[in-house]
Ligand binder design. Structure first.
Ligand code: NAD
Length: 488
């Protein structure tokens, strides 16, 4: 079925992206899942609710397209991705509006996400044409080794609500570049962006069945059914560590290759010799991008004794000055949290820390509704035993801790099961790199509060995940090495 383009002035209308499941290039009508505007608590639209039979349809559709897609030249796949990149940019403002509506994030954050998301298509359009192979002589001289990289097969992509566009393109880009067909299951809180992007993909020339999108209120049932199908060879998941563990166990049953981008608990270290203004700028970005709802969000600020009090005072001033409101309002800097449950979790962590002796310098109580708002909050004097020190806050709360020595800072920073992102601010680059080397984390920001970049390998160690997305290695997560032993 041909997908008609939607005029620009209508593209951000939620109901237009609630046409049904997108399978095999067609919209299969359906309803059942309310998409809520977190700024008001009102229903924006209803999207389709896939069942087990839709799971089979999606695998069938991907399977029908698979042979042709893997035979399509790398250049042609690249051109399609590049057109999709351009279409996302042409619709950037409408996509940002849609994200701000369903996710709640402030428009500047939403615009930033769309630009970042589209870049994965451009980057992987470029990488598609550079898929590596290998030729070697065996050390014994007995034969030659030839290594080819083949598309791994049908990939199931599961994404969270906090970056509805970027978490999808970070997977779809390399998968399509590698020659794989995909089934995307976006989070039910933010499905409209995924369906809108699928529409743009069809316009860009993605063949029917290469990208399928389904929403469901039964993620476990539907994704287990997909994973149990022997034609599905890849699971790429971004979400919480708890769900990642469940999916790894499920994927083990059919020995499906897994990439896991899971939770974080990022430490943000500021040494006495840091440029304080630069550290504050970085702290605001690392903490407040998406109102704190980011896996890379600074969760624990460790500030050296000599500048601790000055840092807390200045951070408090900046946080208290932020404007909270609906993400779609132009003056808003901090949008609502995704759900009432998210606000309740933040409230629990902050209240618990306060009862254990923490000082609250600004914020500290949920804001009245409608909508799910929590104010920018700064706390210090927090005991290390408080849950806020080891759980993901996922909200606009800066928890600040004091340290004295480098060793103390490193040991506090590493005292977590997570290892996704960490930040170091110091005027001494040798120290910053030395500390960075000892931090147990997949990504280290040195005098920088933002590290995400499509050209860099994104991912974590410990309970934060397996594998890397982006960069030059991201495409290999969707490929299988085939070795030829060759005599000639
Ligand atoms: P979540 O784990 O609750 O859900 C993620 C996705 O998994 C959603 O699509 C959800 O519907 C689906 N899901 C839930 N239960 C499932 C099951 N049993 N089987 C199959 N699918 C299931 O996470 P969330 O609340 O949407 O997102 C927030 C989490 O994501 C945070 O922990 C955050 O750190 C993490 N995250 C990590 C990265 C990263 O790159 N490492 C990026 C963004 C978010």
């Amino acid at each position: 079925m041909k997908i008609e383009p939607i005029p620009h002035n209508q593209f951000a209308t939620p109901s237009l992206h609630a046409q049904g499941l997108y399978i095999g290039g067609e919209w299969l009508p359906g309803q059942g899942i309310d998409v809520i505007n977190p700024a008001t608590g009102e229903v924006l639209a209803q999207v389709a609710d896939a069942g087990l039979e839709d799971a089979v349809k999606a695998v069938n559709a991907a399977d029908s397209a698979a042979l042709q897609w893997r035979k399509t030249s790398a250049r042609e796949r690249a051109e399609i991705l590049r057109r999709w990149f351009h279409l996302m940019n042409e619709h950037a403002e409408e996509l940002a509006h849609l994200i701000a509506l369903e996710n709640g994030k402030a428009l500047p954050d939403a615009r930033g996400e769309v630009a970042y998301a589209a870049e994965f298509f451009r980057w992987y359009a470029e990488e598609a044409a550079r898929i590596p192979g290998e030729f070697r002589h065996t050390p014994s001289g007995s034969h030659h080794i030839l290594v080819d990289h083949e598309p791994i097969g049908i990939a199931l992509l599961i994404t969270p609500w906090n970056f509805p566009a970027a978490m999808a393109t970070r997977k779809i880009g390399p998968a399509l570049a590698a020659g794989c067909c995909v089934i995307l299951k976006p989070a039910s809180e933010t499905p409209l962006t995924a369906y809108a992007m699928a529409r743009l993909g069809a316009q860009a020339g993605v063949p029917d069945g290469v990208v399928n999108v389904l929403t469901t209120s039964d993620p476990a049932g539907v994704t287990n059914a997909i994973l149990a199908d022997p034609r599905v060879r890849k699971l790429s998941f971004t979400g919480s560590t708890a769900v990642g563990r469940i999916l790894l166990a499920e994927a083990a049953k059919s020995v499906v290759s897994c990439s896991m981008e899971l939770g974080g608990n990022a430490p943000f270290l500021v040494f006495d010799d840091a440029d304080l203004d630069a550290a504050l700028d970085g702290a605001m970005v690392a903490k407040m991008r998406n109102a704190g709802e980011a896996c890379t969000a600074a969760n624990r600020f460790y500030v050296q004794d000599g500048i601790h009090d000055e840092f807390v005072a200045a951070l408090t001033q900046r946080m208290a000055a932020l404007t909270v409101g609906p993400g779609t309002e132009p003056q808003t800097q901090v949008g609502p949290m995704i759900t009432a449950a998210a606000v309740a979790k933040i409230d629990r962590l902050v209240t618990d820390a306060a009862t254990r002796g923490a000082r609250v310098h600004t914020g500290g109580r949920p804001l009245p509704g409608p909508g799910y708002f929590y104010p920018p909050t700064v706390m210090d004097n927090i005991p290390a035993t408080a849950p806020i020190a080891y759980e993901e806050i996922f909200g606009p709360v800066a928890a600040v801790y004091r340290f004295n020595t480098e060793d103390e800072a490193i040991s506090m920073a590493n005292d977590t099961e997570y290892g996704l992102a960490a930040y170091v601010y110091s005027g001494d680059m040798a120290r910053a790199l030395r500390v960075g080397k000892r931090l147990e984390s997949g990504m280290i920001g040195i005098n920088r509060g933002l590290m995400s970049d499509p050209a860099a390998p994104f991912g974590g160690v410990k309970q934060s995940g397996l594998g890397r997305e982006g960069g030059v290695t991201g495409i290999l997560e969707f490929m299988e090495a085939k070795y030829f032993a060759v005599d000639f």
